[in-house]
Write a new protein. Structure first.
Length: 378
């Protein structure tokens, strides 16, 4: 949609102002929320949404809304995934304008607690290379009238501009990740090649000093220092393990899970037994997978750091719409009445954000069982 097709000066001016509103170096999440709000206001729509396409280009992986409050959104429940009119917009990959949704043959209706909607306008949001990133969905102009061709032209032009801005945001994010990845590799390499070797050298010197005539009090202090050095080396190896896992984002979910559990055994000395449900990669959406791996890494890191376990069982499965991670160790356990650390709170918070939960059962001397769930379709 070319900008020169917008004839009215007022509408062109409004479009330019709208584009300026989204030209900001914001996070992608903030940017997407700003785009859908700006589009709705630009078209005078009561409600708006931006549906981000999943990797297969046939369904929605994210659904950002405007005009519906948080309480009502919670009552409505699960976000749409691309059925009905939304799916038709995805298939067409071009604007769709409907005067009365209830009369349209593709309408699938609304779930309970959803506000009634009648007028509809959907336009694709394409990035600079023509790839459809998602669709803008607008409903019910505040003036009560149907959307016009002029409204469609305006929102289509805005969608094109928004796609370019998203493209730039994704590029900035990729460049930041690339820079961070290179820095992580350098830090991990320095920790392994320099710091650990120096600590080994210090430890060796201390051990050699025990061979002579050493007072018992001095020997005890040296032994304590050697224990501290070994613990420090173990902590550094754990840190390197966590850094290395950040560089596996382009590998399939199954392989990343397997690599993560194998690494626990080979590098950190805890035997990990893994069971993964077949086709887990195709059953889990990219957003869920993006958060599930750090959750599993957090659980395994906690085990290595605190449990003194020698064995851990990891099970990754699907139950309905939920991805389920179950991790059990044979470590020393902990007293749940004494509270939880920030790592465990982060696990619970991450699960809650994805529509799941994290439950932890631990007994002193009998190990710990962690069950972490998330909406796999997210």
């Amino acid at each position: 949609m070319a900008f020169h097709q917008i004839k009215e000066p007022e509408r062109l001016h409004a479009l330019i102002e709208a584009i300026l509103l989204i030209e900001a170096d914001a996070s992608l999440s903030t940017l997407l929320n700003r785009i859908v709000e700006t589009a709705a206001k630009l078209a005078g729509a009561r409600y708006g949404a931006l549906g981000v396409l999943s990797s297969n280009g046939e369904s929605l992986s994210r659904f950002i809304t405007y005009g519906i409050g948080e309480d009502q959104r919670m009552l409505i429940g699960e976000s749409p995934h691309g059925a009905g009119v939304l799916g038709e917009t995805i298939r067409l990959a071009k604007p769709l304008r409907i005067d009365e949704l209830a009369d349209h043959e593709g309408s699938a209706g609304f779930p309970e607690h959803h506000p009634p909607m009648h007028r509809f306008l959907g336009v694709p949001v394409k990035t600079g290379n023509g790839h459809v990133y998602g669709n803008l969905y607008l409903t019910d102009p505040i003036n009560g009238a149907p959307f016009t061709q002029a409204d469609q032209d305006l929102v289509e032009a805005f969608g094109h501009a928004a796609g370019i801005v998203i493209d730039q945001a994704l590029l900035r994010s990729h460049m930041r990740e690339l820079t961070l990845s290179e820095e992580r590799e350098r830090i991990a390499r320095d920790l392994h090649d320099t710091v650990i070797q120096r600590l080994f050298g210090v430890g060796l010197s201390l051990q050699l000093s025990l061979g002579g005539s050493v007072e018992d009090s001095v020997r005890e202090r040296i032994d304590k220092s050697l224990d501290d050095l070994n613990e420090t080396i173990h902590e550094i190896r754990t840190t390197i393990f966590e850094i290395d896992q950040e560089d596996e984002k382009d590998i399939s979910l199954e392989r990343r899970i397997a690599a993560l559990t194998t690494e626990v055994g080979s590098r950190l000395g805890v035997y990990a037994h893994l069971v993964v449900a077949p086709n887990i990669g195709s059953d889990v959406g990219p957003h869920c997978a993006q958060h599930a791996l750090p959750a599993l890494r957090e659980i395994l890191s906690n085990i290595v750091r605190h449990s003194q376990a020698t064995l851990v069982d990891v099970n990754v499965s699907v139950e309905g719409n939920m991805l389920v991670l179950t991790v059990k160790d044979n470590g020393i356990g902990f007293d749940q009445m004494s509270g939880t650390g920030s790592g465990l709170r982060n696990l619970a918070s991450r699960a809650h954000d994805l529509g799941g939960e994290c439950t932890i059962n631990s007994e002193l001397g009998r190990g710990t069982l962690v069950r972490w769930t998330a909406n796999r379709l997210d």
